[in-house]
Design a protein around this ligand. Structure first.
Ligand SMILES: Cc1cc2nc3c(=O)[nH]c(=O)nc-3n(C[C@H](O)[C@H](O)[C@H](O)COP(=O)(O)O)c2cc1C
Length: 281
């Protein structure tokens, strides 16, 4: 539920409008990358769960459609990332007896969430996987705790074991919120090839990139991210144009990685480590 995106004046571009707004040089770059890395053309097969372009379109319209579906499952907690939940969303959650939480990478975002009346603030630091800000946890967590007291705060970002949990509690958080650590669990639908890459990765193997959603997110340092970071390639587009531009190519890479045809394809498929869009449709 981002605070800023292209087309926000009208609640979000329709998929066709967003697709039409993708510049030709971006599509040409993506076609060329597929050719250079030998990623085959592929069509969606029956039972194929790889999506082809809608994921990561974080707009009010898309969020509303996903919330309608989510509400049918009677969740206890609604968590907003990338922006403060709107009064309408707060009301929809309250009417259903749900708690509301929101992620914050800066004190000013946390204050905004608190003013909107969220029940829990998640102070998500620079270390986090996925969309993340620029402030480290040692500084962010206590600052947010002080700024929004008495609203409870969970610490997020780089937390995967008990020592880190204890440190978060010492910084004033009431608990922790984890993301990356779950990607390698048995229950996770992360591709097996990606699970291996995640487990093998060290702290030096991540990078922040706008190449998936158009918003900065921490991912593994993979060929995909390096291609977008090159000086002679296009810059990632703003959200939701970037996910519209890359969606079908990501699905194509996923299929190649899942079929495990060649080591080269598997290498490029490392991008899959970061599966932000999966959670968001
Ligand atoms: C692959 C991936 C996808 C994520 N997608 C979302 C999302 O859709 N919504 C959200 O609120 N947070 C999302 N997050 C952020 C997590 O909620 C969490 O704050 C973050 O992962 C914590 O840092 P950690 O990865 O170091 O544990 C995502 C994180 C990862 C790693």
């Amino acid at each position: 539920m981002p605070g800023k995106y292209v087309g926000m004046e009208s609640g979000g571009l329709d998929p066709a409008e967003a697709a039409n707004a993708v510049p030709a040089d971006v599509t040409a770059f993506l076609d060329d990358m597929m050719r250079r890395y030998g990623v085959p053309e592929s069509a969606a097969a029956a039972g194929d769960h790889f999506s082809t372009g809608s994921r990561g379109r974080y707009t009010a319209k898309d969020s509303a459609a996903m919330l309608d579906i989510a509400f049918r499952f009677h969740p206890r907690l609604l968590v907003s990332a990338l922006g403060t939940p709107s009064p309408e969303i707060m009301k929809a959650a309250r009417d259903r007896g749900m708690l509301v939480a929101a992620l914050a990478g800066r004190v000013k975002h946390a204050k905004r969430h608190a003013e909107a009346g969220v029940d829990i603030i998640i102070a998500q630091s620079y270390e986090a996987g996925g969309h993340t800000g620029d402030i480290g946890g040692m500084v962010l967590v206590p600052s947010v705790v002080d700024a929004v007291a008495p609203t409870p705060v969970l610490a997020a970002g780089g937390i995967a074991d008990g020592r880190q949990m204890a440190a978060a509690l010492a910084l004033g958080a009431q608990g922790v919120w984890c993301g990356s650590v779950w990607l390698t669990t048995v229950e996770s639908d992360t591709l097996p090839v990606v699970k291996k890459k995640l487990i093998a990765a060290t702290a030096e193997d991540t990078v922040k990139s706008r190449s998936f959603s158009g918003k900065p997110s921490r991912i593994l340092r993979i060929a995909w991210a390096e291609e977008w970071a090159r000086i002679d390639t296009p810059d990632p587009l703003p959200n939701p144009l970037q996910p519209m531009a890359v969606g079908r190519y990501m699905a194509r890479i996923d299929r190649a990685a899942a079929s495990g045809d060649t080591a080269r394809r598997m290498a490029l498929a490392r991008w899959r480590a970061h599966r932000w869009g999966k959670w968001s449709g």
